[in-house]
Design a protein around this ligand. Structure first.
Ligand SMILES: *Cc1c(COP(=O)(O)O)cnc(C)c1O
Length: 235
């Protein structure tokens, strides 16, 4: 757990370079420091180095961690959403990244109504068409998005993906391009702005920025290698 401040600075430099290369403004890309599996201490260290936005993927791990930390920190939920956790999740997280079905979106909308909240969400797209991954199929989303957009409580900010794993960062590029193209198509066809693209992790965040990412989710490059896998999630 050493070097968090130095790792964070290095990641920020790489983000700035990727923005420069692709003619983007550094303020257009938000870094989500993915703290899953790491203790509150590690988050504190990153916060002391200026990071205020963090990502978690399991509610049962995030709840006690968030409770130990200053309320000035901001949290995004990046993991798979279980319906029975939505009620506890919505008040803690400012954005839910992986809404992966119309059914879940409708359910969330109902809970948000009861809680008096207007959650910001992203729609996860199974961009690589993998059997093991959740998300809307790219060719089904155009037919379903109108129903999602009509849910009164959910603020749909854009799309999110986790591309199939590959040997190099460049391997992810076509998937990132595909997600951006799908977003552009949905935007022009439905006239609703979908400004956010959550894509890119430690192995490929620079490529994601070159392809238009507005949110990169970076864990191990900041906090170090994770000692254990998160159930049903990436390691
Ligand atoms: C764990 C995780 C990340 C961060 O992965 P790293 O390779 O450690 O940067 C990003 N996104 C999701 C959805 C994750 O589960």
């Amino acid at each position: 757990m050493c070097n968090i401040a130095a790792n964070l600075a290095a990641v920020k430099d790489r983000i700035a370079d990727a923005c420069l290369r692709s003619g983007r403004d550094a303020s257009d890309v938000e870094l989500i420091a993915v703290s899953k599996t790491f203790p509150a201490e590690a988050v504190r260290e990153a916060a002391a180095a200026g990071q205020i936005l963090f990502g978690e993927s399991r509610l049962q791990e995030a709840e006690p961690k968030i409770a130990l930390l200053p309320s000035s920190l901001r949290w995004h939920f990046i993991g798979r959403v279980q319906r029975n956790k939505v009620r506890r999740m919505l008040p803690l997280f400012e954005v839910i990244h992986a809404v992966d079905s119309l059914r879940l979106a409708s359910f969330m909308d109902g809970v948000a109504t009861e809680l008096g909240l207007f959650p910001r969400i992203l729609l996860q797209v199974n961009i690589g068409g993998e059997h093991t991954k959740g998300g809307f199929e790219p060719d089904e989303l155009p037919a379903e998005i109108d129903s999602i957009l009509s849910l009164p409580r959910l603020e749909v900010m854009g799309l999110m993906c986790i591309p199939p794993p590959g040997p190099t960062a460049g391997h992810s590029r076509p998937w990132f391009t595909a997600l951006r193209n799908l977003r552009d198509e949905l935007q022009s066809r439905h006239g609703t702005p979908l400004p956010w693209l959550s894509m890119g992790m430690s192995g490929d965040f620079e490529t994601a920025i070159e392809e238009g990412a507005t949110h990169v989710r970076v864990g191990s490059s900041i906090f170090g290698e994770r000692a254990y896998r998160v159930d049903g999630e990436l390691g």
